[in-house]
Design a binder for this molecule. Structure first.
Ligand SMILES: Cc1cc2nc3c(=O)[nH]c(=O)nc-3n(C[C@H](O)[C@H](O)[C@H](O)COP(=O)(O)OP(=O)(O)OC[C@H]3O[C@@H](n4cnc5c(N)ncnc54)[C@H](O)[C@@H]3O)c2cc1C
Length: 452
């Protein structure tokens, strides 16, 4: 493979996406020998810890507790820089990444780690009327909407009859189970005191799952435990019931049942980031980009795809799950394969090291399964869940902030972040700088048409 070098003589690696995978790639690339220059392209200026989004949506944590400025992470790595921009395509022949803002970034090696988005499976009304939980604005929008429903219901009790206080969560996977448990706690332990004129028994959380069990990746005993806990705590779990359509005021199930609700939380599926659909690369299930054993794209050894965007095999004929550990491990492996290539060594095939799975159901309740076959449930599993998630949050300050919030909430049942903030899309002018051609003389290197 011909290697083009930048001014400093080092090969250029562009990483697209500053999520779990993108950051793991940057951290590994910062240490490879011979050295490479790394440019991380990220559409936001922060890395988001998605596993705690449901806590943001239910008022337990604040945005800055689960989001960390990406520059603050990358600045400690020599030869690594960040550019904020939304990647819109890749010119594979000229080896340039293109952004919405009209910039081009030249690369010798490319690591695509743009993650996934929500899949609504074309169910009528879901796209328009549901609340997904994939991004920071999603969580803030849902939090504001939930709190607003209580405000409206207190002013007009008849609004409750129209489903104002009924939340339907679709999807019995870890996200749906976590969300249902957290919503129930928010209603019964916190909002009950904030809204004394509302009969809190009329606030209802319905968890809808199309199959006959919750937590698909887990052992049947863990599934049963999650179901029992949720039911015991008052969540209405409907198994084997699929959504047919949604409107702003109700949902209709395939069996004809109609549930009045203003809040449909969508936790039922993910698909690859839409960037995957415009690259012209071979895609597999869920729109994920097909990769070979070494995690590069067939026929393009200089292009790697990792994390939720990648369709990496699990060695048993399926694909690896779209969760954090495969994303991190794949990214490290791709970075090390770049190093091997630069050293003239053969690349190695990726092998996923399973570290187990866990899901929290709510206060004092979780399920954890280790690769050894050991299974934990209840308080012990909950402590394991708390410790692991705390360890993975980026930044000491954020870790302390989240820990303090958890302890405070555990002791007092309070959720201090129950604030209504309007979330609006940014205006175009706020997102774009002058086009490269119009940039004033002396503009920074990043504003030139091709960045090297
Ligand atoms: C609500 C929720 C709960 C979860 N809980 C867990 C859990 O408990 N445990 C677990 O292991 N996993 C969990 N996951 C899954 C886990 O978060 C993902 O598997 C993981 O984030 C994948 O990492 P990634 O780097 O591939 O993608 P992401 O972390 O999604 O990162 C992708 C990055 O790319 C950026 N990007 C996207 N498009 C562009 C573009 N065009 N240009 C520039 N940048 C772009 C995004 O802004 C983002 O920063 C959860 C996910 C969600 C949504």
């Amino acid at each position: 493979m011909t290697k083009r070098r930048n001014r400093n003589g080092s090969p250029r690696v562009v990483v697209v996406g500053g999520g779990f995978a993108g950051l793991a790639a940057v951290k590994t690339l910062a240490k490879v020998k011979p050295p490479v220059r790394v440019t991380l392209l990220e559409q936001h200026n922060y890395h988001l810890f998605q596993p705690l989004l449901y806590q943001l949506a239910t008022g337990l944590v604040q945005p800055a507790d689960i989001a960390h400025p990406v520059r603050g992470i990358v600045r400690r790595y020599r030869r690594c820089s960040v550019r904020m921009g939304t990647v819109s395509g890749v010119d594979f022949d000229s080896r340039e990444v293109l952004t919405d803002e009209g910039r081009r970034y030249a690369y010798d090696y490319l690591i695509l780690a743009a993650g996934a988005t929500t899949a609504t499976f074309g169910i009528p009304g879901v796209e328009e009327h549901s609340y997904p939980l994939k991004s920071m604005p999603d969580a803030l929008r849902l939090r504001a909407h939930l709190l607003r429903q209580f405000e409206l219901a207190e002013n007009d009790p008849a609004y409750v009859d129209q489903g104002a206080l009924t939340v339907v969560v679709v999807g019995g996977g870890p996200t749906g189970v976590e969300m249902a448990g957290a919503l129930h706690e928010l209603f019964k332990h916190v909002l009950v005191h904030d809204f004394p004129d509302i009969d809190i028994n009329r606030a209802k959380v319905v968890l809808l799952e199309a199959t006959d069990h919750l937590l698909a990746p887990f052992h049947p005993s863990s599934r049963k435990h999650a179901l029992e806990i949720l039911k015991k705590r008052g969540v209405e779990v409907r198994l084997g019931q699929a959504l047919e359509r949604a409107t702003p005021d109700e949902i209709r199930l395939k069996d004809g049942t109609v549930i009045p609700t203003k809040t449909l939380v969508w936790g039922a599926g993910v698909r690859a980031n839409p960037l995957a659909d415009v690259l012209g690369l071979e895609q597999t299930r869920g729109g994920r980009i097909l990769v070979g054993d070494d995690l590069s794209v067939p026929g393009r050894p200089e292009v790697f795809v990792v994390g939720d965007l990648a369709g990496a095999g699990d060695g048993k004929g399926g694909l690896l799950p779209q969760v954090a550990q495969p994303a991190i491990q794949e990214a490290r492996h791709a970075a090390l394969n770049i190093e091997r290539t630069l050293k003239g060594e053969p690349r190695t095939g990726f092998e996923y090291k399973d570290k187990g799975i866990m899901a929290t159901i709510g206060r004092n309740a979780a399920v954890t399964e280790l690769p050894s076959g050991a299974r934990f449930k209840g308080v012990l599993a909950w402590y394991m869940w708390l410790a692991l998630h705390l360890a993975y949050i980026i930044g000491f300050r954020s870790r302390i902030a989240v820990l303090v919030n958890w302890i405070w909430s555990y002791l007092t049942y309070d959720r201090h972040a129950r604030i209504i903030v309007a979330v609006e899309p940014m205006r175009r002018a706020e997102l774009t700088a002058p086009a490269p051609e119009a940039a004033p003389s002396g503009a920074a290197a990043s504003e030139r048409p091709v960045v090297s």
